[in-house]
Write a protein that binds this ligand. Structure first.
Ligand code: DO4
Ligand code: MG
Length: 301
């Protein structure tokens, strides 16, 4: 079972995606962008899993509205896919895969810092975005106008529940400017945090539906016109840190609001001469979650 958020005419609704059909939940509160969190809370009050509770909610619907997922993706009949959660905060973990460490060491002139963080007990955790800086599935995501070396970073995204437990999973794209990050590590916030630099979606999978998040296949494809210009894959089993370890460090001495999204780092980095261009299409696929697709545009100042 997967949860999606859908614009249905003027209304926003949470939908339950099973096979290729989406059952729209009529309760408006659930369409608000905090709907998944509300369901998790309601389920926990009833001592049920989120999946059990959602099944009960669907069974009680009289004349449920069921639509085709493909109609939403193709914007048919005034449906539109929305970001599945409106997160208060998005945080990122960095250098959690060997490939990321290697790429970071290549791009910087200050050698050794990424080797250090890869091997240290403390992970790299950074602030990535607020909801106003996020893009949803099928939306435009941006690269900075003052960067000549920008890349997508396909990452498993964890959604924290009311008790900051792992409540669900989705996909994140941690768009980053490698030239700005490489020039000076203190420029990291500028390399990472800007308008629509973080895309999230297309669906949320409740945590209990994924047996082992440390073994999920991730694939990224970049299309330029009709050409596939980059394609690579990895698996979350290659991550050096465990998800719980990253969450423990994120929570320590901090105030993390429920519904926060944590991006767990990238294990795919395009070749060093690759940069995203205007109108590229980035597709990130994670098994059991779906495909997050965005068109890329260059931000003007
Ligand atoms: O310090 C760089 C951040 C790296 C990153 O975002 C990643 O590994 O995913
Ligand atoms: Mg990243």
């Amino acid at each position: 079972m997967r949860l999606v958020r859908v614009k249905d005419g003027l209304e926003q609704k949470l939908g339950i995606l099973e096979n290729h059909d989406v059952t729209l939940l009529p309760d408006r509160k659930l369409g608000s962008g905090k709907g998944f969190l509300l369901l998790v809370k309601q389920a926990s009050r009833r001592r049920m899993t989120t999946v059990e509770y959602v099944k009960e909610v669907i069974n009680e619907l009289k004349n449920p509205k069921v639509i085709k997922f493909d109609d939403i993706i193709s914007n048919k009949k005034s449906f539109r896919l929305l970001i599945p959660i409106v997160p208060s905060e998005v945080w990122g973990a960095g250098v959690t895969y060997y490939r990321s460490k290697q790429a970071r060491e290549y791009e910087t002139s200050i050698k050794g810092i990424y080797d250090l963080v890869y091997n240290s007990k403390r992970p790299e955790i950074f602030f990535k975005a607020t909801s106003s800086r996020c893009a949803g599935p099928e939306d435009i995501a941006y690269i900075r106008g003052d960067s000549n070396w920008s890349v997508p970073e396909p990452e498993l995204a964890v959604i924290l529940g009311p008790k900051l437990e792992v409540a669900g999973f989705t996909i994140g794209n941690d768009l980053s400017a490698r030239d700005i990050e490489g020039e000076n590590p203190l420029y990291l916030p500028q390399a990472k945090i800007y308008r629509a630099s973080c895309s999230i979606g297309p669906a949320i999978v409740p945590a209990e539906s994924i047996d082992n998040p440390n073994n999920l296949q991730i694939e990224m494809r970049v299309y330029r016109g009709n050409n596939l210009v980059f394609n690579d894959s990895t698996n979350t089993s290659k991550m050096k840190r465990k998800i719980e370890e990253l969450i423990d460090f994120l929570k320590k001495y901090n105030i993390i609001p429920p519904g926060t999204v944590l991006l767990t780092g990238t294990g795919i980095v395009p070749p060093d001469d690759f940069s995203l261009r205007d109108n590229d299409i980035v597709e990130i696929e994670i098994e059991k979650i779906g495909v997050l697709r965005n068109k890329i545009k260059i931000l003007s100042s």
